[in-house]
Write a protein that binds this ligand. Structure first.
Ligand code: GLP
Length: 624
């Protein structure tokens, strides 16, 4: 594998695309070329398929090539990586059904050419089934192109940490993290199967070509470990290092922890923009374990930053400059400090008070990401609105809905005449849950009840941050209300809904998240809808006066050099934020529930030589 100097740490060739859509289109073009070449040679093209959110844009592009450009899949044979053990094929979350819905039913592939491990096989027949799966792959001459995603544990297929390099197709137990990640699909971790049948690492490595796709900042750390770390069983995606023809296709967000992107000065690639300079100095401070103001000339020289030093003259000047810039991010006045000089503050003093709109992709993103800041904005006199974009009902278990329906139905018994309608509604829900069983598809009525449950929680949480119930808006974006995880489709209706709220409120500040999320995730979809609404309003007079601040709920936290506003919290404020987060009882994010993220940022600021706070919430400005 040939490397540019910038890629010297990369042991797997990695291609960085501006967006997931670009990467998916490039891969789809390769698949088309493969199919055409195989057709010309009179042979079938054998594709290894993957599931999850990651391949969704790729499958949509294949469907487009089929419907708009006439690409035929008649001569394609597919083998999927894996299947949950114990799920019937019709199960909402079976990979069989996923593949049907995402790809197969939209193209002309013959049913007999499709292969997936069978999750319904009896335990004592699994071994033979797996051996037969391996044989079926070999019988058609092996896989020409294997598509992969990567799990948070670095797994490929379901080869969890510890899977040997030569492992074959087999039954495996699922890791705790993997099961947590699948919990949303299954309406609760307890429903996620404990086992799966997966192609082994050895099976995957026998493919002639491999492309692993990854999108979004949440994948960046594991991607960097797999590409630049040692090849070992702890990260099964690292085994691609010894494959002769494997590549990673990344979007910019997923590439952000690679050395060439994260620490470019170490590979002779730095462009010393103000942002990059701050990044390098903060990194050096952390690496040397000393505050910025104590960094020495020789430490800069020894770490690839000699050019930077030359520009500034001495470490002292550079240290002071970055120290000041980092220090100026700290502000207890997220809405701006009235009657104060704001030239070195993150937010403008005027207008005061401001109208602030917090956009929340999924319930609790706001509290986890910026609960303390919301409380401050309110207490400093600003008008704060919270808009919940997706209802979050998909995360509410049937058991929870049942509890509410029963309360409703028992309430109705108190005054039967007045409550007859409610009683019918509740009885309908109870009946539905019983009839559909744990895994049936919920009807709109059940999803509505679950949305209401989440609304109640969001209102309680908003109230405990000081936001009035009237200022909490529920947009129920249709991509979510009418969709399922990994099946969401953007709708122009959603941009219109967000847009009309913007037009009504004319906010001076918008807080949102999801800019670097996987584009198929709720956060990614919500962000895309916002972005559309925003770009449709270039001439709106209020827009020129509106600043957009990004926060992090579900997503990876900002790095110190990215932070443009750091809002400190006292121990009391942190405790109040955590108690607001506890209002979400039916589903709670696993991230930051103990405030550890906010405490960690405070420790970082302390280590950089700023001030020692209990906790900090951080923001970055978004520019279109
Ligand atoms: C599951 C699948 C993997 C997939 C991973 C990541 O574990 N078995 O094949 O790569 O999820 O999923 P996502 O693409 O949704 O992030």
């Amino acid at each position: 594998m040939s490397h540019t100097p910038a890629e010297q740490f990369e042991k797997i060739s990695s291609v960085i695309f501006p967006s997931a859509a670009d990467a998916a289109a490039a891969l789809a073009r390769e698949v088309r070329a493969l199919i055409e070449a195989k057709n010309a040679a009179g042979k079938p093209a054998v594709l290894g398929m993957a599931t999850g959110s990651t391949p969704v844009p790729f499958y949509r592009e294949l469907i487009r090539l089929h419907t708009e450009e006439g690409l035929s899949f008649k001569n394609v044979i597919t083998f999927n990586l894996d299947e949950y053990f114990g799920l019937i094929r019709d199960h909402r979350e079976s990979y069989f059904r996923f593949m049907q819905e995402q790809l197969f039913k939209h193209i002309d592939i013959p049913a007999e050419n499709i292969h997936l491990p069978d999750g319904t096989i009896a335990l004592d027949a699994v071994f033979d089934h797996c051996a037969a799966y391996e044989r079926a792959i070999a019988d058609v001459g092996g896989i020409d192109l294997q598509i992969l995603g990567i799990g948070r544990t670095g797994h490929i297929g379901f080869n969890e940490p510890g899977s040997p390099k030569d492992s074959p197709t087999r039954l495996v137990p699922l890791d705790r993290i993997t099961r947590q990640d699948a919990a949303a699909d299954f309406l609760g971790e307890e429903n996620v199967p404990r086992f799966a049948i997966t192609m082994g690492v050895g099976t995957i490595l026998r493919a002639k070509k491999i492309v692993l796709m990854a999108w979004g900042e949440n994948k960046s750390e594991i991607v960097a470990r797999a590409v630049e770390g040692e090849e070992n069983e702890a990260v099964s995606a690292s085994f691609l290092q010894s494959h002769a023809n494997s590549r990673y296709f990344l979007n910019t967000a997923a590439s952000s922890a690679l050395t060439r992107v994260k620490l470019p000065w170490l590979v002779g690639r730095a462009e010393w923009t103000p942002q990059e300079t701050r990044r390098a100095v903060c990194w050096l401070s952390t690496k040397e374990g000393k505050p910025i103001l104590k960094l020495l000339d020789e430490e800069y020289n020894e770490n690839g930053m000699a050019e930077l030093l030359t520009r500034y003259g001495r470490a002292y000047e550079l240290n002071i400059d970055i120290f000041n810039r980092q220090q100026h991010t700290i502000s207890g006045w997220p809405g701006g400090k009235p009657r104060a000089d704001d030239s070195n503050r993150p937010e403008r003093a005027l207008p005061f008070p401001k109208t602030c709109l917090v956009l929340v992709p999924e319930p609790q993103d706001d509290v986890v990401g910026m609960g303390g800041t919301i409380e401050r904005l309110v207490s400093q006199g600003h008008e704060v609105h919270i808009a919940c974009l997706a209802s979050g009902d998909l995360r509410v278990t049937d058991a929870e809905a049942l509890r509410f329906a029963r309360v409703l139905s028992e309430t109705a018994e108190i005054d039967h005449a007045r409550w007859a309608e409610a009683l019918r509604f509740a009885a309908g829900i109870i009946e539905e849950i019983e009839a559909k069983g744990m895994f049936g598809d919920p009807q709109p009525r059940l999803r509505e009840l679950k949305s209401l449950i989440r609304r109640g929680e969001a209102r309680d949480a908003a109230q405990s941050m000081g936001v009035a119930a009237n200022n909490v808006h529920f947009l129920d974006l249709s991509f979510y209300a009418e969709g399922r995880y990994r099946q969401f489709k953007l709708s122009t209706k959603d941009a219109a809904r967000i847009g009309s709220l913007l037009d009504k409120l004319k906010p001076h500040q918008i807080y949102l998240t999801g800019d670097l999320a996987d584009p198929s995730s709720v956060q990614g979809m919500a962000f895309a809808s916002f972005r559309q609404a925003w770009s449709e309003r270039t001439t709106a007079p209020w827009r020129a006066n509106c600043r957009i601040w990004l926060y992090r709920g579900h997503q990876k936290e900002f790095e110190p050099h990215e932070i443009e506003m750091a809002v400190p919290m006292s121990p009391d404020q942190l405790a109040r934020k955590l108690s607001a987060a506890q209002k979400f009882q039916t589903h709670t994010l696993t991230e930051n529930l103990d405030g550890s993220r906010n405490k960690h940022i405070a420790e970082l600021y302390d280590a950089l030589g700023m001030a020692e706070y209990e906790a900090i919430e951080v923001f970055r400005r978004w520019m279109e």
